[in-house]
Ligand binder design. Structure first.
Ligand SMILES: [Zn+2]
Length: 297
């Protein structure tokens, strides 16, 4: 396969030149922070396990170590050969929440957009957290509730962080990366088909918003937090105000779909099987997503 090098990124090669992916669908981008202040320091530290690339938003310097058609090494926990591009962002996980808008804009232009274009990573993301979010058990443990399972990781496509990689991983970088702001800077809106339908009552009786999901038997709704709403809006989703009666009459339990065929939000395909998939928060990215397109193992 031809080697894939990002346009505009300088090449900096290590002895490790990449390894085969264990599967090649559901492309993901995994962000790390270097826990240091410079590219030079990071290169020395991670020479035994290089990522695909490293980026410093301060001077927009970008180095690629491994071509995108091969897996890189930074997670070091058995996930490295999942179909994910790993990028180290210069800086500290505990500080990323406070990076300036310049950081998000530069990351959008220099990292996110090129990887959408060259690796097919869709513009969706898991929520990025840090200690201020009060997650328990803590983020820096293998029991952190935001970690995906192995199956969920394989079934997910989009952006995530080292903090989402399955146990026994216990890293929590890159912290609270403001992915909604990044997506807003990427600019071009998503395809209409990928956009979740968000509804709220048009009589002002409640500020609650819901993602509306189609099923084989109709619709169900899921109330979303303001944080998720902000993220979806940053991706270009619009809130449609509808008659309160319509909101109230959409069931909120997908199990009410008699055929058990639910379609989850984010434009994923119909899930086959006799039982309705169990509801989970969107950030946990359902193990059932894309199950009907799961590669053979
Ligand atoms: Zn990491």
């Amino acid at each position: 396969m031809a080697e894939i090098w990002l346009p505009g990124w300088d090449r900096h090669l290590f002895n490790l030149r990449g390894k085969p992916y264990q599967y090649t669908r559901n492309p993901k981008g995994c962000l790390h922070t270097t826990e240091g202040g410079s590219i030079a320091g990071a290169l020395a530290a991670y020479a035994p396990y290089p990522p695909h690339g490293i980026y410093d938003w301060r001077d927009r310097k970008k180095l690629q170590h491994i071509p995108l058609n091969l897996a890189s090494y930074s997670a070091m926990d058995g996930n490295d050969d999942d179909y994910l591009v790993q990028i180290e962002l210069v800086g500290f996980a505990a500080e990323s929440r406070f990076w300036p808008d310049e950081a998000w804009r530069n990351i959008a232009e220099d990292v996110i957009k090129p990887l959408e274009d060259n690796f097919g990573i869709p513009r969706r993301a898991l929520g990025f957290k840090d200690g201020r979010d009060g997650i328990s058990p803590p983020l820096a443990t293998e029991d952190s509730p935001i970690r995906l399972s192995w199956d969920e990781l394989r079934d997910y496509s989009g952006w995530l962080g080292h903090q989402h990689l399955p146990a026994p991983d216990e890293h929590w970088d890159p912290g609270a990366v403001q992915i909604g702001k990044i997506f807003a800077y990427v600019g071009e809106p998503l395809e209409e088909d990928d956009m979740p339908m968000i509804i709220k009552k048009n009589d002002g009786s409640s500020p609650d918003c819901y993602v509306l999901t189609s099923t084989a038997d109709g619709c169900w709704k899921r109330k979303i937090s303001t944080q998720e709403l902000d993220l979806l809006r940053a991706c270009g989703a619009k809130v449609t105000e509808v008659n309160p009666w319509n909101v109230d009459n959409v069931p909120s339990n997908p199990a009410q779909s008699p055929t058990g065929k639910a379609v989850h939000n984010y434009g994923v395909p119909t899930v086959p099987g006799p039982n309705p998939p169990e509801y989970k928060p969107a950030h946990q990215v359902l193990a059932t997503i894309n199950q009907n397109t799961r590669p053979e193992t």
